[in-house]
Design a protein around this ligand. Structure first.
Ligand SMILES: C[S@@+](CC[C@H](N)C(=O)[O-])C[C@H]1O[C@@H](n2cnc3c(N)ncnc32)[C@H](O)[C@@H]1O
Length: 230
């Protein structure tokens, strides 16, 4: 799995936000070779990081952080981790989290599969969210998609027994691929009947989704439960 690093230029306000807020929000990680990599065997102890024992919700590709800041604010009983490689998006997320007074959210600037494999302990996550991952819709690029062969096993490793994987996309072709990948995954069972899952109500309704709905673009949700380890 590869991805394009969109560090983007940070505005002065974002640079300032980073230096003031990162010590509170960003988990510092030992890197392997690449800037957004994680050194193998770098597992954190969630209880130490969040300072308590609580359900852990992880969002991959949190972008500007709208979904996770909203979720962290409305569910103070749970802990949240945003994984993103887009620095300016992480700065935005911290600014909003700080404004909302969210103390149960942490961020990591890293390539998501490596976070699942090397940073989070096995069976430590209650929910894993991936909303609108990069579609890589050109034929020659589809192999860069995150939810592809091999991803389900990585997700299964980090989820607790009974943990949930929630997906959403506005690309039909990617939605079909996600469903195929998950149908072939022995560690997961679908939690919906019929073609697609109902819209996950923990996902904020973005302007993007509202506009898409107006022009008749379908957004598809999928949800899966990690089956108990034997
Ligand atoms: C299309 S955006 C969607 C952002 C957000 N989930 C939303 O719904 O607005 C996809 C995001 O995934 C991030 N991303 C892509 N590949 C990634 C990876 N391997 N690890 C972490 N983040 C990644 C991108 O930087 C981008 O911000």
């Amino acid at each position: 799995m590869s991805f394009v690093r969109r560090s983007g230029r940070m505005s002065d306000a974002q640079e300032r936000a980073w230096s003031v807020l990162a010590p509170r929000y960003v988990i510092e990680v030992p890197r392997d070779r690449a800037a957004t990599s994680i050194l193998p065997d770098s597992a954190i102890d969630p209880r130490a990081v969040w300072g308590r024992d609580a359900a852990l919700v992880v969002e991959i590709g949190s972008g500007q952080g709208h979904a996770i800041v909203h979720a962290a604010t409305s569910r103070p009983d749970a802990d949240f981790l945003a994984i993103e490689v887009f620095r300016a998006g992480l700065a935005r997320t911290m600014l909003d989290a700080d404004r909302a007074g969210a103390r149960n959210l942490r961020l990591v600037e890293a390539n998501a599969p490596e976070v699942l494999q090397h940073l989070l302990p096995a069976a430590s996550v209650d929910e894993l969210w991936i909303f609108f991952p990069d579609p890589w819709h050109k034929k020659k690029h589809t192999k860069r998609r995150l939810v592809a062969e091999g991803f389900a096993a990585i997700a299964a490793g980090v989820l607790k027994d009974g943990g949930m994987l929630r997906l959403a996309t506005d690309w039909e072709d990617y939605a079909l691929q996600m469903r195929d990948v998950m149908a072939a995954a022995p560690d997961f069972e679908a939690t919906f009947e019929g073609e697609w899952a109902p819209r996950f109500d923990g996902r904020v309704l973005t302007a993007f989704e509202r506009k898409g709905a107006r022009v008749g673009r379908d957004i598809r949700d999928l949800s899966y439960r990690r089956v108990a380890r034997s």
